[in-house]
Design a protein around this ligand. Structure first.
Ligand SMILES: Nc1ncnc2c1ncn2[C@@H]1O[C@H](COP(=O)(O)OP(=O)(O)OP(=O)(O)O)[C@@H](O)[C@H]1O
Ligand SMILES: [Mg+2]
Length: 239
């Protein structure tokens, strides 16, 4: 008996997505599971080629949805990987990474291996690694997904502060519509697969933004409505 891998029909992940992010802007992308968000980031980072259309993007670093830390390196050396690949001397790279470690509450865990860290800690290490890549564009795929609500809010505040200090263009994929509105300059809502842009919302609000601010609540509702209307039309098509 021989093993024959199952052949599946190709899946179209995205459909005619047209998005633009200006330099220094934080663009959030929300959409239902499987609508092509990760695929979109992989296209931006050059890990996949589009079948059609064009992508113009300066060098971009990806924080993958699964942290993919190197199990044989310490947390600190994982965070410093990009610096080392750019030939920064070890001591200097470690010093740079440990400064950010302290800011993210990871101090004391520099020497821990990834398996010794909690899920949230691993995400933070992966986040530091992406940030220290020095790339102009950061593609963050559900960066705070595995964190508890308090740590998540702390990380969100920290991200806003870090980007104020060191502006980058960020494409943030998140399931959390509230997170998108609290963090982003613009929110793109995608439809179910194949993902297309249903609506784009401008979030012209000063930081820090409170979740209970009526303007934040209103935008969150708009984004949820856009997501919900697509779900309804999908069900109607099935019938
Ligand atoms: N290597 C692959 N081979 C075949 N299909 C794939 C592959 N990678 C992704 N897909 C399919 O493409 C679609 C889009 O996947 P993608 O991972 O981009 O979705 P997503 O929006 O990031 O989902 P989630 O929110 O669950 O992370 C999904 O239906 C997925 O099953
Ligand atoms: Mg994904």
């Amino acid at each position: 008996m021989s093993y024959r891998p199952e052949r599946r029909a190709p899946v179209q992940a995205l459909s005619e997505v047209s998005l633009h992010a200006s330099e220094g802007e934080l663009l959030a992308v929300v959409g239902p599971s499987g609508c092509g968000k990760t695929t979109l980031l992989e296209l931006l980072c050059g890990l996949r080629e589009p079948d059609a259309g064009t992508i113009e993007c300066p060098p971009a670093a990806l924080m993958p949805q699964r942290d993919l830390l190197l199990p044989w390196l310490s947390a600190l050396d994982n965070a410093a990987v990009a610096l080392r690949l750019a030939h920064m001397p070890k001591a200097q790279a470690r010093a740079r990474a440990s400064k950010v470690f302290a800011e993210l509450g990871l101090d004391g865990f520099e020497q821990a291996r990834p398996y010794e860290l909690s899920g949230g800690m691993r995400q933070r290490v992966a986040f530091v690694r992406t940030l220290l890549s020095g790339k102009q564009v950061l593609c963050l795929d559900e960066p705070f997904g595995a964190l508890d609500a308090i740590t998540r809010a702390e990380m969100q505040n920290w991200l806003v502060a870090a980007l104020t200090q060191e502006p980058r263009t960020v494409v943030l994929v998140t399931h959390d519509v509230e997170e998108a509105v609290v963090l982003a300059d613009r929110v793109a809502v995608l439809s179910p697969r194949p993902g297309r842009v249903v609506t784009e919302l401008d979030v012209a609000l000063e930081h820090p933004r409170r979740r209970t601010d009526p303007a934040v609540v209103a935008l969150r509702e708009q984004a949820l409505e856009a997501l919900g209307s697509e779900r309804t039309s999908e069900r109607e098509q099935v019938r």
